[in-house]
Every structure is written in structure tokens, then in C-alpha cells.
Design a protein around this ligand. Structure first.
Ligand SMILES: [Zn+2]
Length: 127
């Protein structure tokens, strides 16, 4: 069926259209911070990507459901990177206690439980 093929081509083009800027942004971040720590970079990229998703939702390119799924994934990534950074900091005498809000990117006070800017809860129940 020719029409089915055309629909799939349309879907592929739409996916590229949505995915390409994300890909570019990620690549740009990588070249920008080539000297940064990988974890620091992972955290920043996850934050940037989740902001990008926010923008896409505002533009109507993402459904609320997709947006929730994407931001949850990136937030997990950011939190994982932050946890690893925390651990690395502790290994170096606990000097590095600074963190950034996974929701809005604001720098946080040491051992903060909530973001002072957006009120996002920072510690999972386990911690
Ligand atoms: Zn925040």
C-alpha cells in the first residue's frame, strides 16, 4: 500500500524534526564542555534536555504524557549523576556539597531538601 508507506515516511520525518535539535543540543554541549567531568556533563545535558522537552511541550510538539515520561527519564539521569558526583565529592573529603535543582537548574544550598527557587523536592524518600 503506497499510502501506508507515505504515512510511515511522514512519521519518520516528524521524528527527525523533533529529535534532531535535541541531538544537536547534546552534541553542542559535548564540544562546549570537553574538559568538564563526565558526570557534571551528564547532569547538565539531562537538565538541558529536560528544558528542551519543556519547550517542545509548550510548542505543542509533545503530549503531556510524552513530556512526563521524558522529563522523568532526564531527571533520573540528572539525579543519578548528582548522586555519583556527591559520592565522588565525599571521596575527596566531602568538599563538594553543591548541587543543582534537577527541575529548574538553580544552584542549591548544601544538603538542601527542597529547591529554594521552584520548591522541587530533592531527596528521594530513601535518603
Ligand atoms: Zn528548582
Amino acid at each position: 500500500m503506497v499510502s501506508t508507506v507515505l504515512i510511515w515516511i511522514g512519521v519518520a520525518v516528524a521524528a527527525l524534526y523533533v529529535g534532531w535539535p535535541l541531538l544537536q543540543a547534546r552534541r553542542g554541549a559535548e564540544t562546549d564542555d570537553s574538559d568538564a567531568l563526565p558526570l557534571e556533563r551528564q547532569k547538565r545535558e539531562a537538565l538541558a534536555a529536560s528544558k528542551e522537552a519543556e519547550f517542545d511541550r509548550a510548542m505543542g510538539k509533545l503530549s503531556d504524557e510524552d513530556f512526563a515520561q521524558i522529563t522523568r527519564r532526564y531527571r533520573d539521569q540528572a539525579l543519578a549523576a548528582m548522586a555519583a558526583l556527591d559520592k565522588a565529592g565525599a571521596a575527596h573529603g566531602g568538599a563538594s556539597k553543591l548541587a543543582f535543582c534537577p527541575q529548574c537548574g538553580t544552584q542549591l544550598a548544601a544538603r538542601a531538601n527542597f529547591c529554594g527557587s521552584c520548591g522541587h523536592a530533592l531527596r528521594p524518600k530513601a535518603a
